[in-house]
Design a protein around this ligand. Structure first.
Ligand code: COA
Length: 334
């Protein structure tokens, strides 16, 4: 019988560098409330959001992700020519084909990477961490075993300003990470999955429907209360399971960085996990809004650059959103 060769890669993987880019237009709650029937206090009390970053017309998913990726490669000390694979997590790339990852490869000057996009909404970055880690350990990430992942969103184009229940939530930006081989474990087993019965809880309309909107873009629709209840009832358990699978206790975590969907959900997760006070909790939503796939890497990059997350510390990251999808793992800070 013919025996095929199979690939094997590094024993472990870890994050080597991060980068981020925020849309440059800051929209405060006061400004938001000139567009929707609400009050700044209501928005802040219900979500923790004080302001959000929206992209300008010139800031595109490609330009924002390129900026975040350059910054991540710089921190990692990795040249574009060494990147073996690029994974983009986004719901904002407006072309079915080619993937945003292909445009990004050209923009960054990566000569021959495997390149593809994934659609896992607000869980997209953590899905990408799982994929990158698997590619590296399987030996599918090029000669140097380096994967560039980026979560990027420009959701301001897709909000329905007439829907006061969702219009104020979303923000625009990109967050990237270079993931590569490691001598020690740097990414724990991923807890991931989806809840098919709630597939319609958060959706983006199809393009034909979008064409008749004022903006010409499809709108986001969301049953916020159902998302909220699911996060409290089930995402809490997935987060606890991620800690368990990493073989650590909650008090051994240094950082907790959930998807920045709503500060009240973050509070509930912190309570459920019994995290001690010394665990630094990511609360980037106050200034950023909910930037979907980019929310975790943008917040992570900020914590690293501000010295609130330091090399060798452990962070639980967990994303959850449309699908309903979720994914979480513990990562070691580069
Ligand atoms: C969207 C969200 C903030 C709404 O908060 P909520 O407490 O669930 O509010 P509800 O939708 O139940 O609405 C409560 C009331 O506030 C009103 N309301 C909704 N939006 C409002 C706004 N912007 N300003 C003032 N009142 C508002 C509703 O009309 C409703 O009034 P009623 O009781 O008279 O009918 C909350 O559900 C949420 O954050 N969910 C998670 C969403 C999320 O994370 N989505 C991203 C995907 S990861």
């Amino acid at each position: 019988m013919t025996t095929l060769a199979t690939s094997t890669g590094a024993r472990y993987a870890r994050i080597l560098g991060t980068g981020s880019y925020r849309g440059s237009r800051v929209v405060t709650n006061e400004q938001m409330c000139t567009m929707i029937d609400s009050t700044p206090e209501w928005i802040e009390q219900r979500t923790g959001i004080k302001e959000r970053h929206w992209a300008t017309e010139d800031e595109t998913p490609l330009s924002m992700s390129a900026a975040a990726c350059r910054s991540a490669m710089d921190m990692a000390g990795v040249e574009p020519g060494r990147i073996g694979a690029i994974i983009v997590a986004s719901v904002s790339h407006h072309r079915p084909s080619p993937a945003l990852a292909d445009y990004l490869a050209r923009e960054l000057g990566c000569p021959d990477p495997a390149a593809f996009d994934i659609s896992a909404a607000c869980a997209g970055f953590c899905y990408s961490v799982a994929l990158a880690e698997s590619l590296i350990r399987a030996g599918h990430a090029g000669d140097d075993g380096l994967v560039l992942i980026v979560g990027v969103e420009k959701l301001s184009e897709m909000i329905n300003i007439a829907d006061r229940g969702t219009a104020f939530i979303f923000g625009d930006g990109a967050g990237a990470a270079v993931i590569g081989p490691s001598r020690t474990p740097g990414i724990s087993p991923t807890v991931w999955g989806s809840k098919p019965e709630n597939v319609e809880t958060i959706q983006i309309e199809n393009w034909l429907a979008g064409a008749s909107n004022d903006t010409g873009y499809p709108f986001i629709t969301m049953d916020g209360r159902t998302v909220f209840k699911w996060a409290l009832a089930e995402v809490t358990g997935h987060a606890a399971r991620a800690i368990e699978l990493a073989g650590i206790r909650p008090e051994e975590l240094d950082i907790f960085l959930p998807h920045q969907a709503n500060d009240r959900i973050t509070d509930a997760l912190v309570r459920h996990l019994h995290l001690p006070e010394n665990v630094a909790v990511g609360r980037d939503i106050a200034e950023m809004g909910n930037a979907s796939a980019s929310s975790i890497p943008i917040a992570l990059d900020r914590m690293i650059r501000e010295g609130r997350a330091t090399s060798g510390q452990t962070a639980l990251i967990i994303g959850y959103g449309a699908g309903l999808t979720y994914a979480g793992q513990i990562v070691v800070i580069p």
